[in-house]
Design a protein around this ligand. Structure first.
Ligand SMILES: [Zn+2]
Length: 201
């Protein structure tokens, strides 16, 4: 990662929400709570270097069609929908799933969504473009669903995409292994939190 240019980066925090990360969450990703120190380090690096953080956030209505496939989770406005303390920003601009700007400001821009892919938020492309960055540092959950969609979407849009391997986890190990291959084939690179920290040191 020695070629990573810190001033060209945007951090993409995918769904580090209570319902996915905490063991008692509604759609807990196995082992995700053990990623919290890595999440905290990455957010601290972004904050210390004044780099933008684009944070996707599932925000489902009660009757969401996704609940035919998955148990209800991340219901908009509930405690389970909040980010974990490690990634919850003190201040943020929030953009609703339909692209409506809910206001607020800060280094973090929250993109709400009702599907796996953060690019289903119509403001996603413009939000990322406004960061001016060409390198996306991606972390969060779940690797085989929403992280996959984010990384593939970023790579397809020409971003140098770096997935922080020790700051993500899959729902199933087989799914994770398959997705890692798929991401490599799409040109996504992998790094550790230590390597990201070293690149910013
Ligand atoms: Zn969902």
């Amino acid at each position: 990662m020695t070629d990573l240019e810190p001033t060209d980066t945007v951090f993409v925090d995918v769904d580090t929400q209570v319902d996915f990360v905490e063991p008692d969450g509604a759609l807990y990703v196995p082992g995700a709570e053990r990623l919290k120190p890595a999440f905290a380090r990455l957010v601290a690096i972004a904050r210390a270097h004044a780099r933008p953080v684009v944070a996707s956030s599932d925000a489902h209505p009660e009757d969401d069609p996704e609940f035919a496939t998955f148990p209800p989770h991340c219901l908009a406005g509930t405690p389970g929908q909040r980010r974990v303390a490690e990634t919850e920003p003190a201040r943020a601009r929030v953009i609703a799933a339909d692209g409506t700007d809910r206001g607020g400001e800060g280094q973090t821009i929250v993109l709400e969504k009702v599907a796996f892919d953060l690019f289903t938020n119509p403001a996603a492309e413009a939000t990322l473009a406004a960061s001016g960055a060409r390198t996306a540092i991606v972390f969060g959950v779940a690797l085989d669903y929403c992280v996959r969609a984010a990384a593939l979407g970023l790579a397809a849009r020409g971003y140098e995409t770096v997935l922080v391997r020790d700051a993500t986890a899959p729902v199933t190990a087989e799914g994770g292994a398959r997705v890692e291959e798929e991401l490599r084939a799409a040109g996504v690179r992998f790094a550790s939190t230590d390597e990201i920290a070293a690149a910013f040191a």
